[in-house]
Ligand binder design. Structure first.
Ligand code: F3S
Length: 282
C-alpha cells in the first residue's frame, strides 16, 4: 500500500504555541493552572494535561469556583467582556490567543469603532467566532452560507467589512466575497483565513484527488478537522474521519492501493505516527 502523508498534518503554529504555554505554566509550579475551555480539541492531549493538574473552566458559570492561580486563554481567543470577567477572578491571566486571531480582534475593534458593521464568515457557535464578535463595538453578523449573506439587509447608508473565522473554507470565503462586493454597503474585505488553514486545506484537496482512500485524523469537536473532511470527501468518496488508532479498526484499508493522510491543527504528531505505523502493517 502506498501512503501519502500531508506535510501540513498536525499542530499548527497557534495550537503549538498555546499547548507549549500550558506546559510552561505547569513547570512554574504555580498552582492551580486553569485553561478557559479545552486548550485544544483533542481528548488525548487534554487527558494528559488534566493528569498534570490542569483544570478546564468550561464556562462563565464556573468562574465563581476559581480562585488564585493562572488562567490561560486558549488559541481561539475570547471576547473583551469575558476577558474582563476572567481578570475579576484575581487570577493571573496568560493570553495564548493565536496572534492571527488577535489580529482579527484588532481589526473588528477598530472598524466597528469607526461605525462599520462587521460581518464574520464563520460558525456562530464556534468559540473563535464568539470571541471575534466580542471585540466589536456595534452591529455584527455571522454568516456561513451564500444564502445567509444574500439575505442580509443592512440599513440605508451602512458600511460593512467582511472578515473570516481563521479556519473558514477558503473557497467558500471567496464565494462570499463575490456576493459581498455586489452589496451596496460593501466597504472592505479582509481575508483572515489563516495561511496554515489554507495550506492544509489545499494540500488535503490535492492529495484526496490522487488517492483511493483518505484518512483525516482529528478530534470529534475540531472544526478545522471537520472542514478538512468535507473538502476531502468532495474528491474522494472513501474519506474516513478518525480520532485515534481505535477508530481505524473497522475501516477497510486493506483493499486500497493508495491512502492519503491528513490531520487537523490540534492533532498531536504522536497520533499521526501511530496511525501511520498501523496502516503500514495492513
Ligand atoms: Fe492560529 Fe491558524 Fe492555528 S489562526 S491557531 S495558526 S489555524
Amino acid at each position: 500500500m502506498k501512503i501519502t502523508v500531508a506535510k501540513t498534518a498536525g499542530f499548527c503554529f497557534g495550537v503549538k504555541r498555546a499547548v507549549d504555554e500550558v506546559y510552561r505554566q505547569i513547570e512554574t509550579g504555580l498552582k492551580p493552572v486553569y485553561t478557559y475551555g479545552p486548550v485544544i480539541h483533542n481528548e488525548q492531549v487534554m487527558e494528559k494535561l488534566e493528569k498534570k493538574g490542569v483544570r478546564v473552566i468550561r464556562g462563565e458559570e464556573e468562574l465563581s469556583d476559581v480562585s488564585g492561580g493562572t488562567i490561560i486563554i486558549r488559541a481561539h481567543g475570547i471576547g473583551r467582556d469575558l476577558e474582563e470577567k476572567l481578570r475579576k477572578t484575581g487570577c493571573r491571566i496568560v493570553d495564548a490567543t493565536c496572534p492571527f486571531v488577535k489580529k482579527i480582534h484588532e481589526i473588528v475593534d477598530q472598524e466597528s469603532k469607526n461605525g462599520v458593521t462587521v460581518i464574520i464568515a464563520g460558525n456562530p457557535d464556534h468559540p473563535e467566532v464568539r470571541g471575534i464578535k466580542g471585540w466589536t463595538n456595534g452591529p455584527s453578523f455571522v454568516v456561513q452560507t451564500k444564502e445567509e449573506l444574500e439575505a442580509l439587509k443592512l440599513p440605508e447608508g451602512a458600511r460593512a467589512i467582511l472578515v473570516a473565522q481563521t479556519t473558514f473554507n477558503l473557497q467558500k470565503f471567496q464565494e462570499l466575497v463575490e456576493i459581498f462586493k455586489k452589496k451596496r454597503y460593501y466597504d472592505r474585505v479582509v481575508n483572515t483565513v489563516c495561511n496554515a488553514t489554507a495550506e492544509r486545506q489545499t494540500e488535503a484537496l490535492q492529495i484526496s484527488e490522487t488517492v483511493d482512500a483518505m484518512l483525516v485524523i482529528g478530534g470529534k469537536h475540531s472544526s478545522n478537522t471537520q472542514k478538512l473532511c468535507e473538502i476531502c470527501r468532495t474528491h474522494c468518496r472513501n474519506t474516513y474521519f478518525i480520532e485515534t488508532l481505535v477508530d481505524l479498526e473497522d475501516k477497510p484499508f486493506q483493499s486500497f492501493c493508495h491512502v492519503g493522510i491528513t490531520a487537523g491543527a490540534s492533532t498531536p504528531n504522536q497520533i499521526i505516527e501511530e496511525v501511520l505505523e498501523k496502516l503500514c502493517q495492513k
